[in-house]
Structure formats: structure tokens, C-alpha cells
Write a protein that binds this ligand. Structure first.
Ligand code: SF4
Ligand code: ZN
Length: 734
């Protein structure tokens, strides 16, 4: 490694460690060793320290140990042998830098609790988000799993001007990457430049303004090490495994823009430990690959218009940029974009007007491929701020097309339209909600382009089943109402198909191994009465997905002879799981939370846990950040049971699954549920009540406690007793 980089990194590390020590002693003397420290809403403490050493830093007192580690990692000022320092010393100094910066940031949460917004997007004029909590981690982690985000770029400093900054950001966004922004250069940061250029920043646009100080770089690496622990099953304390996981599975790189200081070199050395290369616009020494199969480590002097493609080359990332003939940018990075208030040109649905979406299969001779009709007023016919009703009807024909695929294609409308910059879409079916921004309209966007997007993308993504596709968009009330009526007739046929199916009615279940890119030993087995734990796949979806993509992640599983009717175990399923989990799981029970329950990867929507005192089961959903009666928040629970293992007493599952008949049927099903957050109750109310009626307890939901009753078993029990909750008189759980 170049001497300049090595010495710079070591000098920088030393000064950052010294700063951490100084700040620590000030904070310690004021707040005392017992003061709690940590990043908001996470089960990973100071994540880099936890990932590498397994140390759980909970209080100011715990930090002393970490500082000792930092000191030990720093090479002595005088090199004893009198020779120059080399790569190992620089890498160690890099690690010391990251630990010290994690301390600096943790101290900040004590001294200046409102410096960071602690939200997904900037709020109240504050740009700086600080550490991502575990809710953000899981939600975004899933995107790494399903490939909609291949990785992330960490930008340090700032571009020469705001135009260059927005050009680089747009190029990275089009490659679907997350962009983490830290530090500044000449008193300006990349995030501020984007903000000045009117670019929306925040997790929802994948442009994440972590912080102004260089030490906020640890939020990027802290995110990466948590992905390895939460989704990859890497154990806290296994530093080498975590670094290797990141090197091999997370496509990340650092992009320092501007003058590279010693502190930057130190952070770069930290990143190199995780296999993240450095791509810079400045004139610094390069460290290029020395042999076959090696990668460049530091690439310098790259012009701004080449820097993104160069970074992708170095990291070996191939991303196809989708080109669709519309006048606005297009890609997953625009999916979370918000359009509000004055920015809205047109709004449809969302309770303000009626909006409906419908996909129908047709005969090939009935359709003209690529035809898009707008029936009713288009954007150019109405002034800004208009609300219109809307019906989007997608008609598909193909030799392989079946009615069963209609809902699958229909469900794509949401994300496909959202990918367009300036288009925001929520909901589905007859509760759709669409907004189109003024900026998009200024660029020439029309309603016809909605059809152009659906035609291009559905062809591309569903090649095997779509031969011809046409789209009609209605914006007059009369036609929209007719379409709503037609859609409801279709739903009435469609919905009972999966709800009417039982596990006994088929010999074929489906596997899902989509999460193996991050949790290599995890496999979901999806039967008609047990949906995938992420909530994205039910049996019908898997069947269709397999027919559409026979070599994809959803494979048919012949369930074979039934080994246990009550617990839900089959020979064929066991055989499949043994192979698909690479020998890690030889059997499991589909219907039980206690006896060899199913494994969990990390993207479960909900977690159920047994409550011995109440003789029942509590359920918490990912969005609920409060404490639960099992003594753990969702994030802690998720890190306890995730990573591809089976944990008796706990299970990951989807929201939909709760009202499915086989949900924990070995233990008595929903009659065992004693606690759920109120928000979850509200969300699943209709389906839950229907199921409760089926078992003869129509008011069961009202007898289940929530956080307003209590967050410990002791607080909840009197309520359950008063409501005569069925769990209390059922046979003992254990
Ligand atoms: Fe992952 Fe299971 Fe969802 Fe598939 S069904 S994406 S394996 S959680
Ligand atoms: Zn998963």
C-alpha cells in the first residue's frame, strides 16, 4: 500500500481515537458511567463494535473497554524496527477509526439528542438522519435480498458544485444503489448540494444524508455489518466472517469527493477491511490489483462523468438500466418518492375520488399489442391541482397466460408506476391512489405514459406469459364506475380461490429460496394455508411464479407421506428442506411454534412468542417499535430468531398467515393469541374476525390484549381473566 496512504491513515486514526478519548472523558465526568448509550431503536448496540468483538455497549462505562481496543490496534508512534508501516498496520488503524467514530457518534446521542432526526426522511428543516434504526434496516435489507437494490455507495465530502452532485446521484439512483452521504468538503456536503438542487433526499429516495461529520461514515458500515448479522446469520463477535460476508455479498464502495485528509484516509482504511474499494476524484496514490482475481482497492483521479461507471466496474457490478420511452427517469430508486401539497398536479383515488386497477386475460386475437388509450381528460386538459377518478385496465394475452396470473400482474402496477420519477402510487385493486407531480408534467408526462410503462415493463418482466398487452386508462366518472363494478365481480371469483384451498387439497407445496442470497440456510415452505413469512408470497403466487420462471426461487415440493398430521410434517418436505438448507435443517413442523418450528430469515412481518404465564401466544409486527410482553422489542426478537435457524417458542410469520386456518394449529391456533399491538389488530381486523366467527368466537379480537392494556404478562393477565380469554382454560402450552 502506498506509504502516503498508510501513513495518512495511521495519523488520521490516531487523531480520531484521541478525539474519542477526549470527548469520552468530558461526557463521562458530566453524565457518569451508568448513563445509557446506544443508537436509536436497535438490537445491535454500537453495531461495528458488536459485530467485531461481540461487545454489548450499553452504558458510558462500557466504552472504556472499546477505547482500550482502539489503543491496542493503533501502531506505535515510533515503529520499533525502524522500517515503514505496511498494509496490516493501516487496516488495523482503520478498524480503530471505526470503533472510535462509533463512540463519538454514540456520545453525540447523549449530549445532543436532537442533532439527528432519527427518521426515514428529513424533518423540520433538519437534513441529518443519523443511524438507521432496525425497522429501516429490515425494510431496506429486504430490497438487498430481492435484488431491487444491489448495494450502496458511500459518498464522503462534496462535489465541486450542486449540478455535478445531482448528476452523480441520479446516475447512482438509476443503478438502483443506495447512496449514503457523510462528511463535508470546504464547509459543504453532498447532501446539502442535492438539497440546494431541489433533489429529494431520505431513505425513501435512496439518498441518505447520514451526517455532516466524517464520523457519520460509521452509520454506513454499521448498516452493512447489521445486514450481515440480521439477514446473513453472521454471529456477533465473528469479525472475520462479517468482513468476508460484506466483501462477497454486499456491493458497496466508498467515493470520497474532494480533498482527502488524514481522517478520510483512516476511514477509507476502515472500509477496505470490509472489502469496499475506494473510488476518488482526487489526485491520491492508487492501489491497483496485483494479480488475477484481485480487485483494485484505491482508484484515483476519476473524472466526475466517469466516476459511477468506474466504481461499478471496480466492484464488478452489472446493472441494466431500464430504458422506457417516457420523459422522466425510471427505476426502483424513485419508488419511495413522496409528492405532496403544492407539488401535486393530478390526484386520483385515495378516498378523494374512485380509483380501480384491473388486469384481465384475453384471447390473442382480441388485442393489439402496445395500444394505450386514454378515455376522458388527460393531464393537458386539466389545471394543476385537479382530482379525477381513474380506472387502469390492463389486458393481457399469451399462449401461457391464465386467469390465475391476473392478480400477479395486477399487483405489479403499484411498483411499476412508482418507479417513474414524479409518479406516486399507493394501494391496489379498488383502493388505488395515484399522484402525478407538476415537475413530471412540465417534462411532458401524460397519462398515456402510464400505459407505456406497464406495456414495456410487464413484457420485460413476464416475457414467458405476456405475448400481447394493451392498456386503457379511464378518467371519467361514468366509465370508472362501470369498471369498479366489473372489478368487484372479478374479485368475488378470485378471492375465494386461495382462501378456499386447504393444505390437504394439494400434493404440491412450493419453496421460496429468495432470501438465500442473504440467509444462505433459510428456505420458506409455502402451502395453501401458510404464506411466506415476509408476506409477499402465498401458494398461488409461488405456483404462478414457478410457471413463469421455472428455474426461479419458487420450486414445487412434492409433500410426500404425512409424518405428523397435528404438527404438520411431511417426508417430501423434509427431504427438500434438508437439501435446500445445505444440510442445516433436516425436519420442521409447519403448524407448531413449540416443537421444531419453521426457520426464520429476517424479513418476517410478524413474530409470535409464547407467553407461559398467560398460557398463550403474543404477536408483534415489525412496524410496532414499543416493548412487548415477552420482554423484547421486535428488533431484539428478530435478531434472536433470524438468520435461518429454528427457535422453539418463537416463529416468524406474515400478517396474512394469522387468519389462515393452519396458523399455529398444533397449539390451538388463534385461540392462543393473547396480545397484539393495536395497529396490527386494526390492520387484520376483517380477516381475523371472519376466522374468529368460523371457530365460534366472533368477539375473540376484543378479548386479546394490546399495549394499552399492558406490556408485561403480569399486566395483561387480569384483562384476559376478566374477558374469559379461551387460552386460560386450554391445555397447558408447555
Ligand atoms: Fe424470503 Fe420466505 Fe419471503 Fe421467500 S417467502 S422472500 S424466502 S421470506
Ligand atoms: Zn427473508
Amino acid at each position: 500500500m502506498s506509504e502516503l496512504i498508510v501513513n495518512g491513515a495511521i495519523r488520521g486514526a490516531r487523531s480520531i481515537v484521541e478525539r474519542a478519548e477526549k470527548e469520552y472523558s468530558v461526557v463521562l465526568s458530566k453524565w457518569g458511567a451508568g448513563q445509557t448509550v446506544g443508537f436509536p431503536n436497535t438490537a445491535y448496540y454500537l453495531p461495528i463494535v458488536y459485530a467485531i468483538f461481540g461487545l454489548q455497549v450499553k452504558s458510558l462505562g462500557d466504552i472504556a473497554q472499546v477505547l482500550q481496543h482502539c489503543r491496542r490496534l493503533l501502531p506505535p508512534i515510533e515503529n520499533a524496527a525502524g522500517s515503514a508501516y505496511g498494509i496490516p498496520q493501516a487496516l488495523d488503524a482503520g478498524m480503530a477509526t471505526l470503533f472510535a467514530e462509533e463512540i463519538i457518534e454514540a456520545l453525540r446521542y447523549v449530549t445532543t439528542p436532537n442533532l439527528y432526526t432519527k427518521t426515514e426522511d428529513p424533518t423540520g428543516g433538519n437534513l441529518w438522519l443519523g443511524a438507521a434504526d432496525d425497522v429501516i434496516l429490515r425494510r431496506r435489507g429486504v430490497e438487498f435480498v430481492d435484488g431491487s437494490a444491489p448495494g450502496f455507495a458511500t459518498i464522503l465530502g462534496a462535489a465541486p458544485d450542486k449540478e455535478t452532485a445531482s448528476a452523480i446521484a441520479a446516475e447512482l439512483q438509476q443503478r438502483n444503489l443506495y447512496i449514503f452521504m457523510c462528511g463535508q468538503n470546504h464547509d459543504i456536503s453532498f447532501s446539502e448540494q442535492l438539497n440546494q438542487a431541489g433533489v429529494q433526499v431520505g431513505w425513501s429516495s435512496r439518498l441518505v444524508p447520514f451526517g455532516q461529520d466524517i464520523s457519520s461514515t460509521v452509520f454506513a458500515i454499521g448498516f452493512a455489518v447489521r445486514v450481515a448479522m440480521s439477514l446473513g446469520g453472521i454471529k456477533p463477535g465473528d469479525g472475520p466472517a462479517n468482513m468476508l460476508y460484506n466483501k462477497e455479498r454486499i456491493f458497496a464502495f466508498a467515493m470520497p469527493l474532494g480533498e482527502v485528509s488524514d481522517e478520510w484516509y483512516a476511514n477509507a482504511a476502515g472500509a477496505i477491511n470490509f472489502g469496499f474499494p475506494i473510488i476518488s476524484d482526487s489526485n491520491i496514490p492508487e492501489i491497483l490489483a496485483t494479480g488475477a482475481g484481485e480487485n483494485d482497492i484505491v482508484v484515483a483521479n476519476v473524472p466526475h462523468d466517469k466516476i459511477v461507471s468506474r466504481a461499478l466496474d471496480v466492484r464488478g457490478l452489472k446493472v441494466n438500466v431500464t430504458s422506457i420511452p417516457i420523459p422522466v427517469a425510471y427505476g426502483p430508486a424513485y419508488e419511495g418518492e413522496r409528492i405532496r401539497g403544492d407539488d401535486i398536479y393530478l390526484e386520483c383515488g385515495g378516498g378523494r375520488t374512485q380509483m380501480v386497477e384491473l388486469c384481465l386475460s384475453k384471447r390473442t386475437d382480441e388485442l393489439e399489442d402496445g395500444k394505450v388509450e386514454v378515455i376522458g381528460p388527460d393531464l393537458s386538459d386539466v389545471p394543476a391541482g385537479t382530482k379525477l377518478p381513474m380506472a387502469i385496465v390492463v389486458e393481457v394475452a399469451g399462449r401461457q397466460m391464465q386467469e390465475d396470473y391476473e392478480p400477479i400482474l395486477e399487483r405489479q402496477i403499484h411498483h411499476l408506476l412508482n418507479y417513474a420519477q414524479g409518479v406516486m402510487h399507493l394501494g391496489q385493486r379498488d383502493i388505488g391512489w395515484l399522484r402525478i407531480s407538476k415537475k413530471a408534467v412540465e417534462k411532458g408526462f401524460t397519462l398515456r405514459h402510464l400505459g407505456v410503462i406497464l406495456h414495456a415493463k410487464l413484457h420485460q418482466d413476464f416475457e414467458r406469459i405476456v405475448d400481447k398487452l394493451q392498456v386503457r386508462i379511464y378518467t371519467n366518472a361514468e366509465d370508472v364506475n362501470l369498471m369498479v363494478a366489473q372489478a368487484r365481480e372479478v374479485y368475488a371469483v378470485r378471492d375465494p380461490r386461495i382462501d378456499g384451498m386447504t393444505d390437504e387439497s394439494t400434493d404440491t407445496y412450493y419453496s421460496c429460496t429468495l432470501c438465500q442470497s442473504f440467509a444462505p440456510n433459510h428456505v420458506c415452505i409455502i402451502s395453501p394455508e401458510r404464506a411466506g413469512l415476509c408476506g409477499s408470497y402465498n401458494w398461488m403466487d409461488c405456483k404462478a411464479s414457478h410457471e413463469i420462471n421455472p428455474n426461479g426461487p419458487n420450486q414445487p415440493v412434492a409433500k410426500g407421506s404425512q409424518l405428523d398430521t397435528r404438527l404438520g410434517q411431511w417426508q417430501g418436505v423434509n427431504d427438500f428442506v434438508l437439501k435446500a438448507s445445505r444440510g442445516n435443517t433436516n425436519s420442521f413442523n409447519s403448524y407448531s411454534i413449540i416443537t421444531d418450528p419453521a426457520t426464520a430469515c429476517g424479513c418476517m412481518e410478524c413474530i409470535a412468542a409464547i407467553q407461559p404465564l398467560c398460557n398463550g401466544i403474543m404477536i408483534v409486527n415489525r412496524d410496532f417499535t414499543g416493548m412487548t410482553p415477552c420482554g423484547m422489542k421486535f428488533t431484539t426478537l428478530a435478531s434472536t430468531i433470524g438468520g435461518g435457524s429454528s427457535t422453539p417458542g418463537f416463529i416468524g410469520h406474515s400478517k396474512f398467515n394469522i387468519a389462515q386456518r393452519k396458523f399455529l394449529s398444533a397449539e390451538g391456533g388463534i385461540k392462543r393469541v393473547v396480545w397484539m399491538p393495536k395497529m396490527l389488530k386494526d390492520e387484520i381486523r376483517d380477516r381475523f374476525n371472519a376466522r374468529a366467527k368460523e371457530i365460534g368466537m366472533p368477539d375473540l379480537l376484543e378479548r386479546i390484549a394490546d399495549e394499552s392494556i399492558g406490556i408485561t404478562e403480569e399486566e395483561v393477565l387480569p384483562f384476559l381473566t376478566q374477558k374469559e380469554h379461551p387460552a386460560l382454560t386450554m391445555e397447558p402450552l408447555m
